[in-house]
Design a protein around this ligand. Structure first.
Ligand code: B12
Ligand code: SF4
Length: 354
């Protein structure tokens, strides 16, 4: 790979594998935009002349077809996103890419490899494993690959590239993680909004939630203050984007993309009561008329919060319904007030809002 190419000559393919298994039944009704990959695409736009997105899950592509499409631009770099159900197919894709285009650098990111970085380096065949938020990291990796740089200087990666192998310090994500052992988290207000225009955005929808028409994903915050023992989001540092920053993104997607439905990916939309009230008011004041799906915790609901959410356009809520067995609720780290009766009462409250 040459080291004299200008950014406009750089070609990058971004891939979401298909799972072929877990979500097959749901895929006929529900196709969601991989938001993490859209953030990565936005970070790469200023550094690459050509970015091709191949969403195998959207089109139910077989491995060989995914590889063919990814290689159609003769890419210098291929970035792959994956959760755990997508990992096996990601590995098959990488094996195929290696055989057909050995010079192309392969980067893999997303929740699975972030949770199991060492195992992923061993088993995926990728050159770079990106741990956690990848916006800054991918820019550094592209520069490193194109200019034959030193991967040891890139934060939050594991690498096995051109005979060099190693791991660098991760972005700080957990409250328990020591500051001096990690890199400060990225600034969510300075991260470019997802490059939805590079995706076939009108095709994504959410039939499972009775959403008609196109739906996109949006992220307003990272982390959750919850301490649930089973959850990957527990113990994370909670970071919010400024409300105006969020509203500007919503306004733009309403006006420019003509999308009417938004799935908010925040782990707990209601974790900060004051903010939900302020955000809801802002949505109304800015004249944003979108249909929102959010995920929340029942213990954080009351009438004022429900009124505000409903008025701002929230029409689907995904509450974490916890076990009805008190012997289980407490040990898994749920709050003092959470019980079967409490959850029933909150669901009744939600029923008032249709
Ligand atoms: C929305 C959502 C869904 C949606 C849509 C999934 C989709 N395709 O986007 C639905 C409801 C379908 C879903 C299903 C499932 N989900 Co889900 N979901 C989420 C949720 C709430 C938001 C995802 C999101 O958009 N995040 C925001 C983006 C910006 O973050 P991100 O994707 O992590 O991307 C960043 C980094 O990971 C990295 N990155 C990502 N890709 C790449 C690629 C490259 C090349 C690089 C360099 C970096 C990089 O950079 C990105 C930007 O910072 C997350 C929790 C969360 N808050 O993230 C859980 C989460 C992803 N889901 C999870 C799980 C377990 C599932 C299911 C397995 C549930 C089940 N048992 O069936 C299925 C799997 C579906 C599948 N086929 O992958 C786990 C994943 C754990 C894991 N080991 O993979 C998460 C993390 C929740 C948790 N805390 O446990 N999910
Ligand atoms: S409240 Fe939900 S997202 Fe937060 S730690 Fe508990 S299960 Fe995870």
């Amino acid at each position: 790979m040459g080291n004299t190419l200008a950014p406009e000559q750089t070609r990058i393919s971004l891939v979401q594998p298909a799972d072929g298994l877990v979500y097959k039944w749901a895929r006929s009704r529900t196709k969601r935009m991989p938001l993490g990959l859209a953030y990565i695409a936005a970070a790469l736009e200023p550094m690459a002349g050509t970015i091709k997105v191949v969403d195998a899950a959207l089109h139910d592509l077989a491995v060989n077809e995914t590889i063919e499409r990814a290689l159609s631009i003769d890419p210098h770099i291929i970035g792959i996103t994956c959760t755990t159900p997508l990992y096996n197919q990601a590995v098959e894709i990488i094996a195929g890419l290696r055989a057909l285009s050995p010079g192309t650098a392969v980067v893999i990111g997303g929740p699975h490899v972030s949770a199991l970085p060492e195992a992923s380096l061993e088993t995926s065949g990728a050159d770079f494993i990106c741990m956690g938020e990848g916006e800054e990291t991918i820019q550094r990796i592209v520069k490193c690959v194109m200019e034959n740089g030193d991967p040891a200087e890139i934060p939050s990666i594991l690498y096995d590239w051109r005979g060099q192998r190693g791991a660098t310090r991760t972005y700080r994500r957990r409250v328990s993680e020591k500051r001096d052992a990690s890199v400060p988290p990225i600034d969510l207000n300075r991260t470019p909004v997802p490059a939805r225009h590079l995706f076939e955005y009108p095709l994504y929808t959410d039939g499972a939630r009775d959403v008609t028409g196109a739906q996109t994903m949006a992220m307003y915050s990272h982390g959750c203050p919850g301490k649930c023992a089973f959850c990957g989001a527990a113990d994370t540092i909670v970071r919010f984007r400024d409300i105006d920053n969020v509203l500007a993104e919503l306004e733009a997607l309403q006006n420019n993309l003509g999308i009417t439905n938004v799935f908010v990916t925040d782990d707990t939309y209601t974790s900060n009561r004051k903010r939900v009230l302020k955000l809801s008011k802002g949505i109304i004041e800015w004249g944003i008329k979108l249909n929102f799906s959010v995920q929340l915790r029942l213990v954080q609901l009351d009438e004022e919060v429900c009124d505000a959410m409903y008025e701002s356009g929230v029409r689907y809520v995904g509450p974490g319904i916890e076990p009805g067995n008190a012997d289980i609720i407490k040990p898994i780290g749920k709050g003092r007030r959470e019980s079967k009766d409490h959850m029933r009462a909150k669901i009744r409250l939600l029923q008032n809002y249709d």
